[in-house]
Write a protein that binds this ligand. Sequence first.
Ligand code: NAD
Ligand code: UD1
Length: 337
Amino acid sequence: MAKILVTGGTGFIGSHTVVELINEGYEVIVLDNLYNSKEVVLDRIKTITNVRPKFYNCDILDKDGLRKVFSENKIDAVIHYAGYKAVGESVEKPLVYYQNNIAGSLNLYEVMNEFGVKTVVFSSSATVYGDPASLPIKEDFPLSTTNPYGTTKLFNERILEDIYASDNSWSILLLRYFNPIGAHKSGLLGETPIGIPNNLVPYIAQVATGQRDFLRVWGNDFDTVDGTGVRDYIHVVDLALGHIKAIEYALKHKGIEAINLGTGNGYSVLQVRQAFENACKKEIPYKIFDRRAGDIASCYADTTKAKELLKWQAKYGIDEMCQDGWNFSKNNPKGIE
Ligand code: NAD
Ligand code: UD1
């Protein structure tokens, strides 16, 4: 089986993907600088899979550190998750975001090239579609961004397109995730937001665990089913399984493709709150506030390309996402420690 390097592999999506890669029989090398995750995640992966993957505490800004990883392991392909992801913070600290997400990625692609490793699956985001003119969103829609975080995703896509144009022996997948939520069924892996959660479901989870008093609903005057924002939430395990299909595809085909990973279904803020209430069997109090700057009314994926190319489609619905998310949050109210 192929040997896969997972950058950001102790993070939220990375850790779930490492589990599924091991389940499929891949040999996995995890690289992370532990900026937003803990080494104990590797023990939890071992509890689930019986395998503790080889780990490098390495920063992608450290090019020699990256060279060491590639010289010590015959890597076949890379799944690249390492990066910063807080939209608001990226507006305040654009240089930090460009440095980490762009300069770090450039180091990785350069070192991959040096070692002849030319297969990469990149974590992009539906944020690259900006405010879409119509729904569902297809991969060929126009791209634009509204914040530095989004711009780092779009720039990475452009950089990888240029790399492929210059050398078509590369195999590159740009996976555009919609809104990953939920957690591993075991309750051992999940998301640990830093500070006050920006994203909806981590915030609701903290209301459910008593850490916050009520949910702040950002606007109820959008043109949606109940006036609140609609998003395409996807179970993180489905997303991880999408990466398994992506790696299988990328190892067999040269080229570059952008592919949406979503369910194709949109749920409003109040619908998600209801599903989470059903899961935790508690009331989630809420208050309506003004719209959050930059928020769009609705966003959900056209999933045809993922089905056709990767033979993948999401199988979990919103109820399971909330049940598994709650199972993790109640067992780990302060996240993975
Ligand atoms: P995460 O923060 O849980 O995981 C990212 C990991 O990368 C962390 O463990 C962090 O320590 C590590 N990291 C950051 N900078 C690094 C560096 N310079 N060197 C080495 N490691 C570094 O985030 P996540 O939710 O798992 O997201 C993974 C990827 O998917 C990110 O690139 C993110 O932008 C992208 N993405 C996430 C979402 C989402 O909603 N979670 C949506 C779309 C795209
Ligand atoms: C946000 C990011 C996006 C990123 C995505 C996944 C912004 C503007 N966009 O998208 O770039 O790719 O996360 O990480 O930050 N909501 C509330 N109350 C809350 C939190 C959210 O009502 O406390 C609402 C929002 O207005 C939105 C929905 O819930 O309608 C989902 O919000 P969120 O989880 O932050 O995701 P996105 O806005 O889709």
